[in-house]
Design a protein around this ligand. Structure first.
Ligand SMILES: C[S@@+](CC[C@H](N)C(=O)[O-])C[C@H]1O[C@@H](n2cnc3c(N)ncnc32)[C@H](O)[C@@H]1O
Length: 267
């Protein structure tokens, strides 16, 4: 990708979580600053690329589970740059009329997603900051696409660890899920540190110095508590590598632990 300084609100000299993830997944929508951060991360957390791929595969399995259970509405918060298999493509294998709203605050995500995805009927891309749920939940485009009286799958995959404590991530999840109808899904994956606290600290420092957002690890109990008001589907809160995956020999011992869960609103 051609390098510049700031184009259309995109600062190419700072790493962005969306572009870093794109590079981790082998994509081309990234700049030198993003690649340099990945190199620093991989030096201390050698499994970080595998964890990114496993996270994306988890998103696919979670969306497929929701669609198989009859969910036809998907709200993908912190959606990221388009990938090979996007949420609407996975959902529509089971539910051809599924509505999908992609939300991100990264201008490059929004421009690429609008160009590539929004041509599809029933797919909407909204530029918004998930740290302001009130503003997003009163967005007229969201209201046009998502009927909150019917089940919705709310996805918060690999994005809450970019929300610092002072922005109250648990309160954000509660705001997005408070009024969800029975049968709705809450899909979350979140960095939970790894076996080496020194490596984790180096990863946090690398983000703090070079990226547009901090990287915050949280413990399993904190992540599990986000599912209050939901029944955690089997296998519960698990490593992304293990959440309903074909066993790969990964998971245990991984240097980069992403925990994942899917909750179902009972009733
Ligand atoms: C690592 S990517 C994950 C993409 C996708 N959810 C997945 O799991 O495959 C994190 C995404 O969250 C977005 N994000 C982070 N903080 C956000 C915020 N406050 N508001 C909206 N999007 C945010 C980033 O821009 C990025 O696209």
């Amino acid at each position: 990708m051609a390098e510049g300084r700031v184009r259309s609100g995109i600062d190419t000299l700072k790493a962005s979580p969306a572009r870093v993830y794109d590079y981790l997944l082998g994509g081309k929508d990234n700049f030198e600053a993003d690649r340099a951060l990945v190199d620093r991360l991989a030096a201390v957390l050698p499994d970080v690329r595998r964890a990114a791929r496993a996270n994306r595969a988890f998103v696919g399995r979670a969306v497929a589970e929701a669609a198989a259970a009859g969910v036809t509405q998907f709200l993908d918060l912190g959606a990221g740059l388009p990938v090979k298999e996007n949420v609407h493509e996975i959902a529509r294998r089971r539910r051809p009329a599924a509505s999908v709203v992609y939300v991100d605050h990264d201008p490059m995500v929004v421009s690429h997603a609008r160009a590539l995805l929004q041509a599809d009927e029933g797919v909407t891309v909204i530029e918004a900051d998930l740290r302001r749920p009130g503003a997003l939940l009163s967005d007229t485009e969201l209201a046009r696409r998502i009927d909150f009286d019917r089940p919705v799958a709310v996805l918060l995959a690999a994005c809450l660890h970019f929300v610092p404590d002072e922005d109250d991530p648990a309160g954000i999840v509660a705001a997005f899920t408070r009024d969800l109808a029975p049968g709705s899904r809450l899909v979350i994956s979140h960095w939970s540190g790894g076996p080496d606290p020194v490596a984790d600290a180096a990863a946090r420092n690398a983000y703090r110095r070079a990226a547009t957002a901090p990287l915050v690890d949280r413990d399993p109990a904190w992540i599990r508590a986000l599912f209050a008001g939901f029944d955690l589907l089997g296998p519960g809160l698990a490593d992304v590598l293990d959440w309903r995956a074909v066993p790969s020999g990964g998971g245990a011992g991984s240097s980069f632990r992403l925990l994942a869960g899917v909750g179902r609103r009972p009733g």
